[in-house]
Design a protein around this ligand. Structure first.
Ligand SMILES: Nc1nc2c(ncn2[C@@H]2O[C@H](COP(=O)(O)OP(=O)(O)OP(=O)(O)O)[C@@H](O)[C@H]2O)c(=O)[nH]1
Ligand SMILES: [Mg+2]
Ligand SMILES: [Zn+2]
Length: 362
């Protein structure tokens, strides 16, 4: 038996299921492998497939983490049939490799996306930025986990570098192998919450899940000695339950992180974007300008400050993203980042008392 609330079936999905209005059984897609699904429903776990109508539906295909409606309770007579996809609260997608127009659901209805990066040859700040940008666009909270902190070297510099590049994003150094620093990812979990782990093959996503589980349940494999790259060990996206602490979604390391048109931004922040078009000034920053529809909505209780912050972060990421497409602008911003990273490094040294603050920080 599964208590649906513990796997994320909250008021949002309850209301969506009521609006669906026909008989059926709500279930969450827990795993997918080549078109075959495993779903979780109140009766436990069961195999499922999509109805023909859902397979042909234009609104996008269901992925792991999605809530679907089964025609009937699963029984012994073969896979249950999912006939409808409930609306999503968040969705992390990427352009599928190969056919450029296809969009692949990496993780649906996740509250947090952990971008996992090894503090070895895998460490690549620009790639981490891309994951963070895609996470903002998904509607989930980004968190960066710099794994393998047990390797020689000082992780604090890397943490500072990522913090400088991704302001407002929590960045933590952890060691999945030694089980160190796990309170940080734990603090983002909770009963009924879902966190997805993304990152390149070999970063240690599955090892991290095992460490949080406290048992070696999922298969992990060493990276190649030569270049530290993983061997694509995880091949299915799947949800794992951490009793009382929520759900983790393991994903296969991605070879490519293709961006596609807007990655769902307009869906997730439609309310804020619409309000912004109603401000008196076209370049309104929504701070204390007269005639600001966004601040007006906050005063009236129709919009929360948190949501505006989240939207701002996304805008900032989107801007950074656009910049990267412009080679000339890109080089300029790279120099600016370099300055900010240096400043962050100096701040750390000042904290440790290694340098005289008056010389560096004015
Ligand atoms: N030194 C060190 N090695 C680690 C750590 N975490 C994971 N590893 C090693 O990194 C290798 C790859 O780990 P996996 O967990 O399989 O990596 P993954 O991100 O799941 O990779 P894919 O499933 O291929 O996407 C394994 O040999 C792990 O033991 C860590 O904290 N420190
Ligand atoms: Mg794995
Ligand atoms: Zn405004």
């Amino acid at each position: 038996m599964i208590d649906l609330a513990s796997i994320g079936f909250d008021e949002f999905f309850q209301a969506a299921f009521r609006r669906f209005g026909r008989p059926g059984v709500p279930a969450r897609i827990a795993a997918e492998h080549r078109g075959a699904f495993e779903v979780w429903w109140t009766g436990g776990s069961a195999p499922a497939r999509l109805s023909g109508r859902l397979r042909r539906a234009s609104e996008g295909q269901p992925g792991v983490g999605d809530w679907v409606v089964l025609q009937a309770p699963p029984g012994p007579g073969g896979p249950a049939i999912a006939e409808a996809l409930l609306p999503r609260r968040s969705v992390f997608t990427r352009g599928a490799a190969g056919r450029s127009s296809r969009v692949q659901v990496v993780a649906a209805n996740v509250d947090v996306v952990f971008t996992v990066s090894g503090l070895d040859a895998d460490f690549n700040p620009r790639r981490i930025e891309r994951y963070v940008a895609l996470t903002w666009a998904s509607g989930a909270q980004p968190v960066v986990l710099l794994n393998k902190a047990d390797l020689p070297g000082d992780p604090t510099l890397h943490v500072a570098e990522i913090e400088a590049r991704c302001p407002t994003v929590p960045v933590h150094a952890v060691s999945a192998r030694l089980g160190e620093g796990l309170d940080a990812p734990r603090s983002h979990l909770g009963d009924g919450r879902t966190a997805a782990l993304v990152g390149s093959s070999g970063a240690g996503k599955t090892t991290l899940i095992n460490a949080l589980l406290g048992e070696d349940r999922l298969v992990t494999r060493p990276v190649r000695q030569r270049d530290g790259r993983g061997t694509h060990t995880t091949t299915t996206r799947q949800l794992v339950r951490l009793p009382g602490e929520g759900l983790l979604l393991d994903t296969p390391g991605m070879r490519e992180l293709l961006v596609h048109e807007n990655n769902g931004v307009e869906v997730v922040f439609e309310d804020v974007a619409t309000l912004a078009t109603q401000c008196r000034f076209r370049n309104c920053q929504h701070e204390n300008e007269p005639g600001c529809a966004v601040q007006e909505a906050i005063r009236a209780g129709r919009l929360t400050v948190e949501r505006l912050d989240h939207f701002r972060a996304l805008e900032r990421e989107a801007l950074a993203w656009q910049r990267r497409h412009d080679e000339r602008l890109h080089r300029e911003s790279e120099r600016a980042w370099g300055r900010r990273i240096k400043e962050a490094q100096v701040r750390i040294k000042v904290k440790r008392g290694d340098v005289d603050p008056d010389r560096y920080l004015k």
